[in-house]
Design a protein. Structure first.
Length: 353
């Protein structure tokens, strides 16, 4: 029986149309031998497939000056396919895996993750379910803590370093490298969950290992009562409004209107449940002026666009394309703030309800 090709990486990217200069969000799946793209993540049949045998990849791609983080895949028949990632690290991760897949095809090799080639042999006696119960033991297990990072408070969680320390002290593994493999298995089976941008990015494949042995990478047990609280820019605790989710990020951005194309300052509040980006009058008012539904959206940085003459001095723009293909253009105060907003929105779009 023929083996199904392995899924190497998947996620939303913006893809250029093959005939017209239109860019649309697509759910993209990188296989060992090709790239499939779907209109939506839930679709069963792909809109198209790009074979990787004989293909080449180009990054950075400067063919579209106003779009950032674009890479190009050129197939053997000299047809070009253009994709746009949300930020630099995401683009580089896609490019790295596509290059590796092409190299493996050309060399007649199987695609293998770096972490799986180390051949660390775990003791056969390890039972993940039993290990999970031991980790949760109130007296001898991993201690759940209240940790702060990036003006957010994470309740009932622990660091990646604490997990590896506990595995070593409980004699579950022989060294920290072996602990990384075991912790990654616990993560992939759902016994551990990532909390915060650092651990979530690793779990999404943007690191050499899905689990991180770091003191600033946070994790939690799925049934622990974990929750996250946001802080405002002046370090005051944000009062919970009449929404179910916790505030992930908030601040003022410029927003372009849909009809008049004029730009106005709005206060934005990003929540993880439901996955919405609400915007308010910065002068006050408890009721939001509107909301952007983020589930299944794509967010990318853009260099320039029409109708930005009034605010083109800094030009720190980004674009949100919703699942039903509504385009929103926003402007941050700096490139660093833009990247922070993009990563926060992307995280909520993946995990929010």
């Amino acid at each position: 029986m023929e083996r199904e090709p392995m899924r190497v990486r998947e996620g939303y990217l913006v893809k250029k149309g093959s005939m017209f200069n239109t860019w649309k969000p697509m759910w993209v799946v990188l296989l060992e031998d090709g790239i499939e793209f779907y209109k939506r993540k839930a679709d069963n049949s792909p809109k198209g497939m790009i074979p990787l045998k004989g293909s080449s990849i180009h990054s950075p791609c400067q063919d579209f000056g106003k779009r950032m983080f674009v890479f190009k895949v050129t197939v053997a028949k000299q047809q070009d396919h253009f994709f746009q990632a949300a930020y630099l690290e995401e683009r580089d991760a896609w490019v790295r895996d596509i290059k590796k897949a092409i190299h493996c095809i050309d060399g007649g090799q199987r695609f293998a993750r770096k972490s799986t080639r180390k051949s660390i042999r775990l003791p056969e006696t390890i039972n993940l379910s039993a290990l999970y119960l031991s980790m949760k033991d109130p007296e001898k297990g991993i201690k759940e803590l209240k940790l702060e990072k990036d003006k957010r408070v994470f309740n009932h969680c622990f660091t990646g370093t604490c997990v590896i320390d506990w595995l070593v002290s409980s004699s579950s593994i022989r060294n920290r490298k072996e602990g990384l493999l075991l912790a990654s298995s616990l993560l992939s089976e759902g016994y551990l969950q990532p909390a915060g941008d650092t651990s979530k990015a690793a779990a999404e494949g943007l690191s050499d290992t899905p689990f991180l042995d770091l003191s600033d990478a946070y994790y939690y047990f799925p049934d622990s009562g974990f929750f996250c609280e946001g802080y405002s820019s002046d370090d005051d605790v944000v009062l919970k409004e009449e929404f179910r989710g916790t505030i992930v990020k908030q601040g003022c951005l410029l927003k372009q209107g849909h009809r008049r194309k004029n730009w106005k300052v709005r206060k934005f509040v990003l929540r993880d449940d439901p996955a919405y980006l609400h915007y308010y009058d910065p002068a006050g008012g408890e009721e939001p002026l509107g909301a952007i539904h983020l589930r299944g959206c794509v967010v990318t940085a853009v260099e320039d666009m029409p109708d930005t003459k009034k605010y083109d001095a800094d030009n720190i723009l980004f674009e949100i394309i919703t699942a039903n293909e509504i385009h929103y253009y926003l402007q941050a105060a700096s490139s660093t703030e833009r990247t922070e907003w993009i990563k926060a929105i992307q995280s909520v779009a993946r995990t929010g309800k």
